[in-house]
Design a protein around this ligand. Structure first.
Ligand SMILES: Nc1ncnc2c1ncn2[C@@H]1O[C@H](COP(=O)(O)OP(=O)(O)OP(=O)(O)O)[C@@H](O)[C@H]1O
Ligand SMILES: [Mg+2]
Length: 240
């Protein structure tokens, strides 16, 4: 059975002056799919995400979400359609408690009482109840990443974009994050960008590789990670 795509992207291009960060990308994500996106530094992964979430307006090309052409829409309108993003740059309130951060994120969709329930549920699911009253600014990096992921899923987006969620996490934290993402993926569509290939192997089925703003290769995780071209673009860096 083929599932209708939640996301259909045609010839997406984003230029910054003379730099073409995303260069004519075609990309399709099935409803309910978990896709991993990898590629060396500067490949255009974050720019691609930011064009999908409306943080950046594409230079040209089309982004269709659930049949709506959302190219060039502002980020709040795209968020309202059910797209949640964890950007590479942290977007938490350091001076607020963990639960306040997650509650505020849930409040974007739910009323105050529902947001509290959603917040309690998420802190339990992320196993960070004991941190609820801690200021986010005092947390270790891996814990902050978990809070951010909680904030993204708090408003129940249909499509979740996570930009380097495993960055700076310990081995244990990465394994826990992988389990959490696999669980989320049962009920949502997800695109995950990361450089940690152990993590990618834990969660991925299909992987898309970006290189110089283009899709270099797309396919089953083991095949893609064993591909000579992919090893080549990482220039000897440990891919597998
Ligand atoms: N706001 C910007 N202004 C100018 N150039 C930019 C801007 N954002 C990104 N770029 C350039 O676009 C290209 C793609 O950058 P991008 O951040 O999308 O790559 P990435 O794949 O996310 O890399 P990384 O793995 O290091 O996060 C790079 O050449 C980068 O310098
Ligand atoms: Mg990036």
């Amino acid at each position: 059975m083929t599932v209708a795509p939640i996301l259909e992207i045609r010839k997406l291009t984003k230029r910054f002056g003379g730099v073409t960060a995303v260069d004519g990308v075609d990309f399709t994500l099935a409803d309910g799919e978990l896709r991993c996106l990898i590629g060396p530094n500067g490949a255009g992964k974050s720019t691609f995400f930011n064009c999908l979430s409306g943080q950046l307006a594409p230079t040209s090309g089309a982004v269709h979400l659930d049949g709506h052409d959302i190219s060039g829409w502002p980020s709040h309108a795209i968020a309202r359609l059910g797209v949640g993003i964890k950007t590479q740059v942290p977007s938490v309130f350091d001076g607020l408690e963990v639960r306040e951060n997650v509650w505020l994120a849930a409040r974007r969709r739910y009323n105050a009482r529902e947001a509290k329930e959603r917040c309690d549920e998420l802190l339990t699911r992320l196993n960070i109840q004991s941190l609820a009253a801690h200021m986010v600014g005092e947390l270790a990096h891996g814990q902050r990443q978990l809070v951010e992921i909680g904030m993204v899923i708090a408003s129940d987006p249909r499509l979740i974009l996570l930009d380097e969620p495993a960055a700076g996490m310990s081995r244990d934290e990465v394994a826990r994050l992988a389990a959490l993402i696999s669980e989320i993926a049962r009920e949502r569509s997800l695109i995950v960008v990361d450089h940690d290939m152990r993590f990618i192997r834990m969660i991925a089925e299909t992987v898309t590789v970006f290189h110089q703003g283009r899709v270099l290769i797309e396919g089953e995780v083991d095949k893609v990670l064993a591909d000579a071209m992919v090893k080549d673009v990482y220039l000897g860096k440990q891919v597998v």
